[in-house]
Structures are given as structure tokens and as C-alpha cells.
Design a protein around this ligand. Structure first.
Ligand code: ELE
Length: 206
């Protein structure tokens, strides 16, 4: 798989934090029911790897791991069944580890130098993180000049209301965000609300 294939499935990749393993499967089912199939599960919690394994068995779900910071994270995610990885930043070490194990990587960048480092290692579909704090739409427009061959997935501070402006940019094919899985909805098992948020996100135009 090439990470750019992920954009074929819809305009938004939800960034998911799982605190309780029991929430993993119903949450994935709720998102898939709303038309959102590509799921980024952050490695921020102790149950994240088990959650990736459980969610991978949900029909229709395409599950990847977020918050990859080191080579060991990539290996653990791959072993848990993640079919892609996302990182908040980029290091050559992480890139090499992902290549070695065959885990497609969507690495985070926030500056021109970071774009150049990722491109030097063959990566041209990049997460722009933290999108809003790192310059938002004006920054993406500025990066389009020298990096016309780069496609971005802006993530960080984006909402249903602001996503359309990002998705309207020629160098943006998909947005990431945690707004589809509000912590209170997950805590309360409000899966219907999450399906509704997923429906709204998957209906966004590109
Ligand atoms: O944990 C990771 O792997 C990250 O890189 C950070 C997340 O992508 C953003 O924190 C999501 O941003 P919000 O939509 O503003 O919540």
C-alpha cells in the first residue's frame, strides 16, 4: 500500500485516542457506519496496540497507528496489525524502520526543511502538523510554490467548520482531526453521535 491510497476512502482521517480497550471495536464500528474507514489510532495510551489489533478485525476498517516517534513504535504498530503509520514529525531513523518492515508512513512536517528531509527519503504525502498552529492555510499555500509535488494531510486544530477551507487547497487531499471522536462521546459510549460526526465528515467536498 502507498499512503496516498488512503485519500481514496474519504476526506477526513480521524485521530483516535483509546483509553479503554472495550471502546475500540464499537468506536471503529461507529466510524465505519458513518462512512469513515481509515482510522488513525494514536500510540498515546497503554491499550493503543491492543486497540489497533481489535479494530483491525472490524469489517471495512483500515487501521493505522499514530504518534510513531521511534523505530520501536513502528515495529510494535506493525506487529499489532497497523497497515500504515503516522508520525507527528519526521526522522530518517523512523523512515528507515518503516521502509525495512514495509509499513507505509505518513510523516509529520511543519517547515520547508522537514519537507525536504522527508522528500529526500522518498516521501511526498506528508502530514502538516500542527496545522493551525504552524501557519494553517497561508503556510500550505506558501509551501505549494517550491513543493508543487507534495500532497498534505493537515492535522491539528481542524474542525468540521474549518476543514472545507483546507480541503479546497490543491495540495490538500485529506484532513486529520480528533473532532470525530470527542472524549465525552467515547466515555459515554455515544456511538450514534460518533456515526453522525463521521457522516458529516465523509460528506465534506474536496
Ligand atoms: O498524536 C499524534 O500522533 C499527533 O500527531 C497529534 C494529532 O494528530 C493531533 O493532536 C490531532 O489534532 P486535533 O485534531 O487538534 O486534536
Amino acid at each position: 500500500m502507498n499512503t496516498l491510497e488512503l485519500v481514496d476512502h474519504g476526506p477526513v482521517i480521524p485521530v483516535i485516542v483509546i483509553d479503554r480497550l472495550a471502546d475500540a471495536v464499537p468506536l471503529a464500528e461507529a466510524l465505519v457506519a458513518g462512512g469513515v474507514r481509515v482510522l488513525e489510532v494514536t500510540l498515546r495510551t497503554p491499550v493503543a496496540l491492543q486497540a489497533i489489533r481489535a479494530m483491525s478485525a472490524v469489517p471495512g476498517a483500515i487501521v493505522g497507528a499514530g504518534t510513531l516517534r521511534q523505530a520501536a513504535d513502528a515495529r510494535a504498530a506493525h506487529e499489532a496489525g497497523a497497515v500504515f503509520g503516522v508520525s507527528p514529525g519526521y526522522t530518517a531513523e523512523l523512515g528507515a524502520a518503516c521502509r525495512e518492515i514495509g509499513l507505509p508512513l505518513l510523516p509529520g512536517v511543519a517547515t520547508a526543511s522537514e519537507v525536504m528531509a522527508a522528500q529526500a527519503d522518498g516521501l511526498s504525502f506528508l502530514k502538516f502538523f500542527p496545522a493551525t498552529a504552524a501557519g494553517g492555510i497561508p503556510m500550505l499555500k506558501a509551501l505549494a510554490g517550491p513543493f508543487a509535488d507534495v500532497v498534505f494531510c493537515p492535522t491539528g486544530g481542524i474542525s468540521l467548520a474549518t476543514a472545507p477551507d483546507f480541503l479546497a487547497l490543491p495540495n490538500v487531499k485529506v484532513c486529520g482531526g480528533s473532532w470525530l471522536t470527542p472524549a465525552d462521546a467515547v466515555r459515554n459510549g455515544d456511538w450514534a453521535r460518533i456515526t453522525q460526526l463521521a457522516r458529516e465528515a465523509s460528506a465534506l467536498a474536496r
